[in-house]
Design a protein around this ligand. Structure first.
Ligand SMILES: NC(=O)c1ccc[n+]([C@@H]2O[C@H](COP(=O)([O-])OP(=O)(O)OC[C@H]3O[C@@H](n4cnc5c(N)ncnc54)[C@H](OP(=O)(O)O)[C@@H]3O)[C@@H](O)[C@H]2O)c1
Length: 262
C-alpha cells in the first residue's frame, strides 16, 4: 500500500528511543526526510547513524522539548535544510509518576511546560507553513490515561487531557487547510519508559520487575505488552495521505485494555 509519504519532511521530537525512535525509522523507510531530536547528543548520534542506513535525508541534534525557544529554532533549522515541515510528531518523555500530594506546585509547572505548553508553542510555529502548503499532519503522543486515568499518573492525566481538548478544538479550525491533528494514546508498550514505571512499582510492592511485567501483560486482553513498532505503524498511517479524513481524534493502541465504549 502506498502511503504517499515519499519526499515529505517529518520532524519527530524525542525520536531517539522507544516509540519516537520506531516512528523515525518507519517514516524513513517510507521515504520521508527525517529530523529527530532528544536531550542527549549520544542518543541522537546513535539514531542518526542507524537512520543513515535507510536514507541520506536525515538531520538531528540535542534539543529538549521543554526548552520551547530551542524547539522553535530546531524547527527553523529543519525548514532551512528540508523545507517546511509536513509531519510533526510531538513526543516527549513522560512526566514524573506520583500521587497528588507528592507534587509541589513547581512540579505541576514543569509537567505543564513539557506536556502541553511545548505542543502549543511548536504547533503554533509550524502551522503557517502547513497552511501555506494546504497540507499537514500533526500527531501527539499522549497516553491511555486520558481515557482511563491511573492513580499514580496525575500529572500525565491532567495535562494530556488538556492537550486532548486543545487538539479537538484546533483540528476543527485547520481542517479546511487539509491539516489533520490527532493524538495517539498508548497502553503498555515495551520501552525504557515502561521499564522505569515497572521498576518503581516493583520497588513499592516488593515484587520483582518480571512479576510486575507479567501482571501488566495479564491485565491486557491481548495478554501481552505492545511493541514500539506497532505504535509507529499507527502514527505513520495517521501521517499519510490515506488518513486525510481522520482528525481531532485520540486513538488508543492498547491491546484492548481500555474498558470504555467511546
Ligand atoms: N511506553 C509506554 O507504555 C507508554 C504508555 C503511555 C504513554 N507513553 C508515552 O509515550 C511517550 C514516549 O514514551 P516511550 O515509552 O517511547 O519512552 P522512552 O522509550 O523512554 O523514550 C523516550 C524518548 O524521549 C526522549 N526524551 C525524553 N525526554 C525528552 C525531552 N524533554 N526532550 C526531548 N526528548 C526527550 C528520550 O531521549 P533522551 O533521553 O535522549 O532525551 C527518548 O528518545 C512518553 O510521553 C510516554 O509517557 C508511553
Amino acid at each position: 500500500m502506498d502511503l504517499f509519504l515519499k519526499g515529505k519532511t517529518a520532524l519527530i521530537f524525542a525520536g531517539t528511543q522507544g516509540i519516537g525512535r520506531a516512528t523515525a525509522e518507519l517514516l524513513a523507510l517510507e521515504g520521508c526526510k527525517v529530523a529527530i531530536s532528544s536531550r542527549k547528543q549520544e542518543n541522537v548520534d546513535k539514531t542518526l547513524d542507524d537512520l543513515s542506513k535507510i536514507t541520506g535525508s536525515i538531520y538531528g541534534r540535542k534539543c529538549d522539548v521543554a526548552d520551547l525557544d530551542d524547539s522553535t529554532v530546531f524547527i527553523d533549522e529543519v525548514k532551512s535544510k528540508f523545507g517546511d515541515v509536513d509531519i510533526l510528531v510531538h513526543n516527549s518523555g513522560g512526566p514524573s509518576s506520583g500521587y497528588f500530594e507528592d507534587f509541589k506546585i513547581e512540579d505541576w509547572d514543569i509537567a505543564y511546560n513539557l506536556i502541553l505548553r511545548s505542543v502549543i508553542k511548536t504547533t503554533n510555529h509550524i502551522l503557517p507553513g502547513m497552511k501555506n502548503k494546504k497540507w499537514g499532519r500533526i500527531i501527539n503522543i499522549t497516553s491511555l490515561s486520558v481515557k482511563q486515568p491511573f492513580e499514580n499518573l496525575i500529572l500525565s492525566t491532567t495535562f494530556r487531557t488538556g492537550l486532548t481538548g486543545m487538539v479537538k478544538t484546533l483540528s476543527q479550525q485547520v481542517a479546511e487547510y487539509n491539516i489533520t491533528i490527532n493524538n495517539v494514546a498508548p497502553g503498555f508498550i515495551k520501552t525504557g519508559r515502561l521499564e522505569h514505571l515497572a521498576s518503581e512499582i516493583a520497588k513499592q510492592s516488593g515484587n520483582t520487575i518480571e512479576t510486575v511485567f507479567e501482571s501488566m501483560a495479564d491485565s491486557v486482553p491481548a495478554k501481552r505488552i505492545g511493541e514500539p513498532a506497532e505504535v509507529a505503524s499507527l502514527i505513520v498511517f495517521l501521517a499519510s495521505e490515506l488518513a486525510g479524513y481522520i482528525t481531532g481524534s485520540t486513538i488508543n493502541i492498547d491491546g484492548g485494555r481500555y474498558k470504555g465504549l467511546l
